[in-house]
Design a protein around this ligand. Sequence first.
Ligand SMILES: CC(C)(COP(=O)(O)OP(=O)(O)OC[C@H]1O[C@@H](n2cnc3c(N)ncnc32)[C@H](O)[C@@H]1OP(=O)(O)O)[C@@H](O)C(=O)NCCC(=O)NCCS
Length: 388
Amino acid sequence: MTDAVRLVDIAVEHLDDVIRVRSRSFGPLDAASRDDWMKDAKEFIDGGRYLGVMDGDEVVAAARFWDFQQWWGGRRVPMAGIAGVVVSPEYRGRGVGSLLMRGVLQRAVDKGFPLTALYPATTVIYRHLGYEFGGGRYRFSFPAVGLRALGGKEVPVRRAGADDAARILELVAQAHTAGRTSGPLVWSESKVADWLADDDNFGYLAEDGFVVYNWEGGDLRVDEIIAGSEATARALWATVGSGSSIARTVSAYVPPSDPIHLLIEQEADKNAQLQRWMLRLLDAPAAIAARGFGIGASLEADLELEDAELPSNTGRWHLSVADGSGSLTPSTASSEALRLTARGLAGLYAGTPLATLRRAGLALGGSQAADAVLDTAFTSASYMLDYF
Ligand SMILES: CC(C)(COP(=O)(O)OP(=O)(O)OC[C@H]1O[C@@H](n2cnc3c(N)ncnc32)[C@H](O)[C@@H]1OP(=O)(O)O)[C@@H](O)C(=O)NCCC(=O)NCCS
């Protein structure tokens, strides 16, 4: 790479270049999607969350990040959701993607995000930078007739629109707090309102739940469903299943732990889909302090972290967990510490058992007895509903 290759903030005048690189990376951007893409791009620019690499006066790579929160153990943790990582074909395999991603990581740190996550198209570049798998996005398919039969007719259900965005965010928050959920994203109220305002999405609201679904080909697809009670779950799923005279199948972005698997008589189609996402801690003490832990979990452990990209995480730490909260403080203790790389720490945070991390070479030291307690504290079947 020459000196002319440098990291920049993407500005509006760069967006034509970015679209050119993007179409060579992900395929053409159709006219219908271009307006939405431009609207989002301007928000990333205004937020200082769109970076690029220039060679001379041309943009040859770009990446941006969403200002998300992510549920961890039933608490909201700010998370930089990295997306649209693209390098022009003639520049690939020369370190441009790594230069860009290092800039993005540093910007996310500067903006105070303790966590970052992304859906990898290839894991290699992200693993080099300390990301590891954090959870999955699951898509199950159910026979529409089975959903129709779920009943719940005594539960009043009404159409939902953009005005219901705040209520829907409230219902999501109640469910994830009570369920100590890990993984799902929190979108802004304006994004939720846009989603509900879209005529192609059908939103329905009950007293303690909602569903949003749409057509996909000749079948139906549930994008999100939250139900605070069995009766509401039955009513909302049956509302979707009422389309069974036309749609044979209803696919749904729900986790393996969703009650629908226990309510419906037929099991989900064996060919469920799974898209995995990767996680990285940007600020280890802040990430530990922000998440929730199991109420019964209590531990004191020494950790030795090795983070080649973000040295402020490197060093010896003391981890305490009690009463649902955790803290990570610098330590000089000489006891046998659990040694983790950035990837190992991401795995632990996301609930990957330490036995797995050890067998993958991402954790060393510590003790078996301490592993069992750490596994209990961090356990979480983390999932996401949305791709970004
Ligand atoms: C993926 C992409 C962003 C990587 O950019 P790049 O400039 O080629 O990356 P770098 O040269 O910095 O490579 C970093 C590491 O990732 C590896 N890598 C890059 N692309 C890879 C691929 N497609 N498959 C496997 N490994 C890959 C490199 O070999 C290198 O690892 P190494 O040092 O062990 O050899 C780029 O190839 C691209 O734009 N692809 C098309 C769009 C895309 O898939 N974007 C990612 C969306 S998540």
